[in-house]
Design a binder for this molecule. Structure first.
Ligand SMILES: Cc1cc2nc3c(=O)[nH]c(=O)nc-3n(C[C@H](O)[C@H](O)[C@H](O)COP(=O)(O)O)c2cc1C
Length: 207
């Protein structure tokens, strides 16, 4: 008689009603920071335009503040136009850990003070670049960009570079956070947390 299939289990982070998904995310992010060769905070940011056409690109998560996922970008970019509908989705994939986290929720701009504070920490070159780049608009040549950076450099020579009005942060306030862990035979573990009042409800999902 054949033995029945025994599914080996990787060590599993147990997730249940006592799990706070934000703390769980922070734990995974710290583990990713230790294991990924670069940019553990890189995430896909998905948006949709007015016709319902989705669009996605990689951005860097700059922190989770009061439970909201923050990133910084140009407020006149394609993504900014699409984020104006107030909705976004994020997806992290940590290849060496074989883990994924998905986040869904409303999105809003962070305060001007928070954007100023983050802009001030950036390298001067990146500050100048933020002024020079008309993100997502057509660019005739690389020379045009280099000249734009030189012009900004000359303008702020010897001075602090102020945050451009069209550059700042957004935050996604999660209504759903899903954790995915690799398991053998594609019988992966999935735990979806859904916001419920002041807390969260958790459900295990089929892989
Ligand atoms: C690893 C990585 C990190 C990135 N981080 C950012 C970021 O934090 N902010 C940003 O505006 N663009 C970032 N980008 C560039 C975006 O993917 C994208 O090209 C740009 O924001 C324009 O997108 P849009 O035209 O959809 O607005 C990053 C790209 C990569 C590959």
């Amino acid at each position: 008689m054949k033995d029945s299939l025994v599914i080996p289990q990787n060590p599993v982070t147990k997730m249940d009603a006592s799990t706070d998904p934000i703390s769980q995310f922070q734990t995974w992010m710290a583990e990713a920071a230790a294991s990924e060769p670069n940019d553990p905070n890189a995430m896909s940011v998905a948006t949709v335009d007015a016709t319902g056409q989705p669009s996605v690109r990689i951005l860097l998560l700059k922190g989770v503040e009061n439970g909201a996922f923050q990133f910084f970008t140009n407020y006149e970019s394609r993504k900014a136009n699409e984020l104006a509908n107030g909705k976004a989705a994020l997806c992290f994939h940590w290849k060496t850990l074989r883990r994924q986290v998905r986040v869904v929720g409303p999105v809003e701009k962070v305060s001007a003070a928070a954007s100023d504070a983050y802009f001030e920490q950036r390298e001067r070159g990146s500050q100048l670049g933020a002024h020079a780049s008309q993100q997502s608009r057509p660019l005739e040549s690389r020379d045009v960009l280099v000249q734009a950076v030189s012009a900004v450099e000359a303008r702020y020579n010897g001075q602090k570079v102020p945050r451009p009005a069209n550059w700042g942060g957004y935050q996604v306030i999660p209504t759903e956070i899903e954790f995915w862990l690799d398991q053998p035979f594609r019988l992966h573990d999935r735990f979806r947390f859904t916001r419920s009042g002041n807390g969260w409800q958790v459900q295990r999902l089929f892989p």
